[in-house]
Design a protein around this ligand. Sequence first.
Ligand code: AMP
Ligand code: MG
Length: 322
Amino acid sequence: MLCLGIESTAHSFGIGIVDEKCNVLANVTDMYKPPEGWGIHPTEAAKHHDEVRQDAIAAALEEAGKSMDDIGLVAFSQGPGLAPCLHKGLNTAKELSDSGSIPMIGVNHCIAHIEIGRKTTSLKDPITLYTSGANTQVLGFVSGRYRCFGETMDIGIGNALDKFGRGVGMGFPAGPRIEQIAKKGKYVELPYVVKGMDLSFSGIVTAALNKLKREKLEDVCFSLQETTFAMLTEVTERALAHTCKDEVLLTGGVAANKKLQDMLGVMCKERGAGFAAVERSLSSDNGAMIAWLGMLMHKAGNSTHDEVLPRQRTDEVDVNWI
Ligand code: AMP
Ligand code: MG
């Protein structure tokens, strides 16, 4: 059986097609880019998704060498995410499901990130550090659910990097650009904000922008990464210690960052824990991960309502496929 997955939680509209062994037959993503100097406007992103969705479906089917007749299941991102964007995914799933009499299933976006990571790396029961534009969470499987051990109290780490970038006139997304510029930088002090197991980034972004009155851009970029990534590493390490797990999985768009990978890698090595970052095409928001979680849930006998859940929490979902 093949599953077609639809990702539409935020800026990306993705269509992925996977088989029962998680071979990725197609993974097409079309990303909404806000005008320079602006963040993501939910209704503008949704309008983008509406405009590109038919082409994305056609491109994915072509990439896979398949037609809709070959698809046995349609999965969509149910939440968390921006409601207008989620509705585009739900409507697309409904159309495909109705016209081909194909079952459909809604999946949790954050858990989809974890499951594609578990399947495509050697890690089996990791603490997952999920670092994306909107989300920053430290997650681990305990007592039948993916529990959240720590998370951001305000904006996601990717959003923090993008906000800083916007403040200095970088295009979106700013994360990769900051990573390049930081290579030439040295440390200048920024606030370090970990409260219990939770993190806060927005004050650090403001402090970093203020620092630019006196310090060089490369030094502030270096310190912004150094500080926020150290915070992420600290909380991830404590989740490892607390759960007695011995693996760390890094995913989300910010997982592409080599500095973050290195810092987590060093921490894991010192603890004797395994570490892996999900490969880039599967760590950013994408349809293949939605398709794979849909497949797992469907095979385990799950069904869902045709609704979006913009505020769905990772630990609300009963995990009966592990
Ligand atoms: P996602 O929301 O998972 O699609 O991830 C998008 C986020 O990843 C954006 O905020 C980007 O700035 C960020 N990002 C992408 N590549 C990098 C990188 N190399 N370093 C830091 N952040 C990155
Ligand atoms: Mg994501």
